[in-house]
Design a protein around this ligand. Structure first.
Ligand code: NI
Length: 167
C-alpha cells in the first residue's frame, strides 16, 4: 500500500472521464487500499480515482466520526433521487475552499463493492452528498462548477498562486 498524489484544481486531468471497471482484480483492490490510505491521511470524507489520476470508476468514502466505516463504490449508478439539500462542500482537490452546493437529498445507488459484489444502498444527508460529489469527479466535474464563475476564477487564481509558490 502507498500514499497517492492528489491532483488539485485547475489541473486538467481532473476533467477526464473515468472508464467502467470490467473486472475487480488485484490491481483494482490495490488501488482501493491506496485510495483509503490517501483519503484518511488527508482527513477527507471521500476520494475518487480521478483525483489520484487513475481514470476508472472507483470511489472511496468514510463519513463516520471515528473513521471506521469505509465504503467503496465501483461503477456506481444512481437509481433514484428525492428532495433537495444544500450544504457547504469542500474537496481534497480544492483545498481550503468551501461553498454551498445544491444536491439531491435522498438517493438510491447501485455499485460493486471492493470484492466485486453488487449491492444497493439508500443514502441521505452527508453520505448522499458525498456520493454525488465523488460521482461528479468520475465525470470530470468539480463542486466549483456549481458556483459563480467569478468565485471559481478567484479560487483558481489563489490555488495557481500557491502551486507556483510550492505550498
Ligand atoms: Ni472532491
Amino acid at each position: 500500500m502507498g500514499l497517492l498524489t492528489i491532483l488539485e484544481f485547475p489541473d486538467e486531468r481532473l476533467r477526464k472521464q473515468a472508464a467502467e471497471v470490467k473486472v475487480v482484480d488485484a490491481a483494482i483492490k490495490s488501488l482501493v487500499g491506496d485510495m483509503f490510505e490517501t483519503m484518511y491521511e488527508a482527513h477527507g470524507v471521500g476520494l475518487a480515482a480521478t483525483q489520484v489520476d487513475v481514470h476508472r470508476r472507483v470511489i472511496v468514502i468514510d463519513t463516520s466520526e471515528e473513521k471506521n466505516d469505509p465504503l467503496c463504490l465501483i461503477n456506481p449508478i444512481i437509481l433514484s433521487r428525492n428532495g433537495e439539500t444544500e450544504s457547504n462542500e469542500g474537496c481534497l482537490s480544492v483545498p481550503g475552499f468551501f461553498e454551498p452546493v445544491l444536491r439531491s437529498d435522498l438517493i438510491r445507488v447501485k455499485a460493486l463493492d471492493a470484492q466485486g459484489e453488487s449491492f444497493e444502498l439508500d443514502a441521505e444527508g452527508l453520505l448522499s452528498v458525498c456520493i454525488q460529489h465523488e460521482m461528479d469527479h468520475l465525470q470530470g466535474k468539480l463542486f466549483v462548477d456549481y458556483i459563480s464563475s467569478f468565485k471559481r476564477q478567484r479560487i483558481k487564481k489563489k490555488l495557481e498562486k500557491s502551486h507556483k509558490l510550492g505550498i
